[in-house]
Design a protein around this ligand. Structure first.
Ligand SMILES: Cc1ncc(COP(=O)(O)O)c(C=O)c1O
Length: 454
């Protein structure tokens, strides 16, 4: 594909070779020889280039990308305005170390983040490069501000794999296996997953036991309230299966945090930057957190993270925390443009396309009513959960994995989340034709998988 004009016209998948094709096969073999075997590849997609929601692989096949590099490419692949600001900034300067020198972009993005995040109070922003770094910073902010050492987090949550963030992560045992005891003192409790309520309640009539357990059990037994620095929560559980909690859960966490002088940290690494149809998912719940962690979509694919905290909390001494690369000016240029694009159309598109996707998935849920336990989501953060049957509700991981593979073979890029959920986190630039195409491939893939897996 040479001319950009022709490129933009390709909007749907087209698979021309066996998968993986010959060039992809060679890359995969070399990668397996040299790259860390801890990476979690589900199938052999080897990208050459991308535009919008389309990926061209090294063999010339076209895929429809409904994963967006794990919810990162909010504005799609190579959005021309993002590419332009990256090139323009790179021609000026690419690095100087924001921790040691000044440049206007760093303060500009910090100001933007204060204005665009919930909470009408002064904030301070610390910049890093990854989601895990944003979380590490939040943990240090809370520990320093409160001079306390304990944390409360949730089972099935994912907050990163560095030692501090890993102490919070309770997603898969493979992430902990072999690394000894947790670095931080974290107590995990079940998340507000109403489909599988740990307390056997119904969301309409429950007493928010999933939050109240903090007061009723933890504070009275193993976790004295005045030793807790922070409660850390995802406003939509991401890696845990795209689980949307009821607002009353997050409101209750806010109350408990307030009454006990505990910092409420919201991890928006996956759910933020327009993914749910609002800039930050916590806005759906009308709760104002003390600290927000942002990464992934914040710079349309460039490595950048931000920890945005109440100014009175991020009130530490010179040298307390910093990063050489955090707040890289090229990434910041992409981030400022990302905010502009989100506010000028992409949020609205995420809502409209999210609704179309949900409607289509609900039809598939009716069609495959015995094995689809749930279709849930906000905006373009949507999950479909597969089970062996609706009575036992046993997660059907083998079927989910087969569906992922069948979708790949038909040119649709998806990834799983949780035990048996497929997540949809496409670029926010997708259009109706692409949504309909993804739904029809998924339909075919489910039918094909049911013949293979039993
Ligand atoms: C909610 C959440 N927090 C933190 C992280 C860690 O981000 P990173 O992989 O950039 O360190 C992730 C990654 O998936 C995430 O989904």
């Amino acid at each position: 594909m040479s001319a950009n004009a022709n490129k933009a016209q390709v909007k749907l998948p087209n698979i021309k070779t066996e998968l993986p094709g010959p060039k992809a096969k060679a890359v995969v073999e070399k990668d397996h020889r040299y790259v860390s075997p801890s990476y979690t590849r589900s199938y052999p997609l080897v990208i050459q280039r991308g535009w919008g929601a389309i990926i061209e692989d090294v063999d010339g096949n076209h895929f429809l990308d409904f994963n967006a590099g794990v919810a990162v490419l909010a504005t799609g692949h190579t959005h021309p305005e993002i590419v332009k600001v990256i090139a323009d900034q790179a021609a000026e300067f690419v690095h100087i170390a924001g921790a040691d020198f000044y440049y206007p972009q760093l303060a500009d993005l910090a100001e933007k983040l204060e204005n665009e995040t919930p909470g009408d109070f002064p904030k301070r922003v610390h910049f890093g490069n990854s989601g895990a770094e944003a979380v590490e910073t939040a943990l240090k902010v809370a520990a320093f501000a409160r001079r306390r050492q304990k944390y409360i987090a949730f089972f099935n949550s994912f907050h990163g794999r560095t030692f501090g963030a890993l102490s919070l992560t309770a997603s898969k045992s493979a992430q902990r296996l072999g690394f000894g005891r947790a670095a931080l003192d974290v107590t995990h409790i079940p998340y507000a997953n109403c489909l599988r309520c740990a307390y056997g309640k119904q969301p309409e009539t429950c007493n928010v036991e999933c939050a109240k357990v903090i007061e009723d059990r933890l504070f009275k037994t193993t976790v004295p309230a005045d030793e807790v620095a922070a409660i850390v929560v995802e406003p939509v559980q991401g890696e845990g299966g795209y689980v949307v909690p009821p607002s009353k859960f997050l409101k209750e966490l806010r109350r408990i945090a307030d009454e006990n002088n505990i910092v409420l940290v919201v991890d928006e690494v996956q759910s933020g930057m327009g993914r749910t149809g609002k800039l930050f998912a916590i806005e759906h719940h009308d709760v104002v957190p003390d600290v927000i962690c942002s990464a992934k979509g914040i710079a349309s694919g460039l490595p950048l993270s931000a920890t945005i905290a109440r100014a009175d909390l991020m009130n530490w001494h010179v040298g307390a925390h910093a990063s050489t690369f955090g707040g890289n000016p090229v990434a910041i240029a992409a981030s400022l443009k990302t905010f502009e694009l989100l506010n000028n159309g992409l949020l609205a598109n995420a809502n409209a396309m999210g609704q179309r996707m949900m409607d289509g998935l609900r039809k598939l849920q009716e069609k495959y009513s015995t094995i689809v336990a749930d279709v849930r989501g906000l905006g373009l953060m949507i999950g479909i959960e597969f089970v062996k049957d609706l009575t036992s509700m046993t997660p059907w991981a083998a079927l989910r994995n087969q569906i992922e593979t069948e979708c790949f073979n038909r040119g649709l890029i998806l990834l799983g989340a949780g035990e048996s959920t497929i997540r949809f986190s496409p670029p926010l630039v997708i259009d109706e034709e692409q949504v309909d195409c993804a739904l029809s491939i998924l339909d075919e893939a489910i039918a094909a998988s049911l013949k293979v897996v039993s």
